[in-house]
Design a protein around this ligand. Structure first.
Ligand SMILES: Cc1cc2nc3c(=O)[nH]c(=O)nc-3n(C[C@H](O)[C@H](O)[C@H](O)COP(=O)(O)OP(=O)(O)OC[C@H]3O[C@@H](n4cnc5c(N)ncnc54)[C@H](O)[C@@H]3O)c2cc1C
Length: 396
């Protein structure tokens, strides 16, 4: 069988590996000059491949998308991801939070070993090939303004979502699918920052500063623990990323930040009760262990009208409300929601309207929080789409 894989991200390369390992001819097409660029970007901040928690818990992380992803994730689960990573010569490191990384933390050695394996399997990689759609059974590519066609027996499309278009896809593949009647859910930013109208003093002093160990919540949802970073636009970081789906759905106009989540309110009051005579509010707040950026955040949350009573101040420290003026942009989001609707594909991720064409990775309509769940689902759906293509070929 001759298989065309479009996209050299983790989903596409995994599909290529599985199909080529079964002895078939595979050609991977990539629009950029080099493969796996978003994977490399992901590796810059520590490549979190998956998570070590029990499978049931891991599956729950996909929320409402669990039913659509469960079979693929079970078929290539977190243990399989770790075996695969070790097989590429990269030992596994389990972080304190249970997150799984390659020991080097980076994507570069992993991708290098992966590409070498694919080359050994005879996979051909064609770079600077931008897929533009179908002409009958043929895949059409734009190669520096020249049109190139390729007729495969089966195709795996893994063009990714439109976040960080500089290193990945820009979502323009949607036109090719819509032209053949495939429904696409609108793209939305996922795992993105939140926009907050900081005061000028806050930005002058603290732009780029992390505020460590906070708990952020929105509405009635669970608080998310971790570090946040003050940016010109608002806040970035794991806890706010985890709330993006909820904030988008509820339109919740504010987040609440607990700046001392390890202390009960009474313990904060106790610390505040020991205010030294004559100490200004900043000195007073520092006795609680708050960092300067956290103190400035409290000033912004109150319009610089900090309370003077320990009880009121403790209440503020445990639940500082900040109005959210918007969600971070799609092009800077860690991932995207929206994409090819699951009712457009069968259980093997084959397009119902186009037999022989399979879809994998982030271009499908699902979302997951950070923590390794994104790459886990991309690798799993890559494997599932490849098995789908192999089964389809066997049955043909
Ligand atoms: C800064 C950052 C950090 C991240 N860190 C993590 C992390 O630690 N853990 C985690 O789980 N996830 C992380 N992610 C998310 C993860 O990188 C993505 O979910 C994953 O790369 C998506 O894989 P994919 O194969 O579906 O798509 P992509 O990796 O986006 O690959 C798709 C490929 O298809 C190509 N393509 C698109 N359109 C065309 C076309 N028309 N013709 C030809 N080629 C095309 C693109 O150029 C691209 O190379 C991070 C993302 C970012 C931006």
């Amino acid at each position: 069988m001759r298989v065309g894989v479009i996209g050299s991200g983790p989903a596409g390369l995994m599909a290529a590996e599985v199909v080529a390992s079964a002895g078939h001819d595979v050609t991977v097409f990539e629009q950029h000059r080099s493969p796996g660029r978003k994977l490399l970007l992901a590796g810059r901040s520590g490549l979190n491949l998956t998570h070590s928690e029990p499978l049931q818990r891991l599956l729950e992380r996909y929320g409402p998308d669990r039913p659509n992803l469960e079979s693929a994730v079970r078929g290539f689960d977190a243990d399989a991801v770790q075996r695969w990573c070790r097989g590429l010569g990269e030992p596994i490191l389990v972080g304190s939070s249970g997150r799984i990384f390659p020991e080097s933390m980076r994507a570069t050695p992993l991708l290098r070993a992966w590409l070498a394996r694919l080359e050994d399997l005879g996979v051909e990689l064609r770079l600077r090939h931008r897929w533009t759609g179908w002409q009958g059974p043929e895949l059409c590519f734009d190669v520096d303004g020249r049109r190139v066609e390729f007729e495969p027996d089966a195709t795996v499309v893994a063009c990714g979502g439109p976040s960080w278009p500089r290193v990945g896809g820009d979502g323009s593949w949607r036109a090719a699918f819509e032209a053949v009647g495939v429904s696409i859910a609108p793209f939305v930013a996922a795992n993105c920052g939140i926009e907050i109208a900081w005061s000028a003093p806050m930005l002058e002093r603290h732009e780029g500063t992390p505020i460590k160990n906070v708990a952020v919540s929105a509405g009635a949802g669970a608080a998310q623990r971790g570090d946040v970073v003050v940016t010109a636009a608002g806040l970035e970081g794991g806890p706010v990323y985890a709330l993006s789906r909820q904030l988008r759905a509820s339109g919740s106009p504010s987040v609440e930040i607990d700046l001392l989540p390890d202390l009960k309110r009474a313990a904060v009051v106790e610390r505040l009760a020991k205010r030294r005579k004559g100490a200004n509010q900043t000195a007073w707040l520092r006795t609680t262990g708050l960092a300067p950026a956290a103190i400035s955040l409290l000033r912004d949350a109150t319009g610089n009208a900090l309370p003077n009573e320990p009880q009121d101040m403790a209440q503020l420290i445990k639940a500082a409300a900040l109005p959210v003026t918007g969600l971070g942009s799609l092009d800077r989001a860690i991932s995207s929601g929206g994409g090819i609707c699951f009712d457009q594909v069968d259980d093997h991720l084959m397009l119902r309207s186009r037999p022989g064409v399979f879809v994998a990775g982030e271009m499908l309509d699902w979302e997951a929080p950070t923590g390794g769940y994104l790459l886990q689902a991309c690798l799993s759906t890559g494997v599932a789409a490849a098995h789908g293509a192999l089964a389809w070929h066997r049955d043909a």
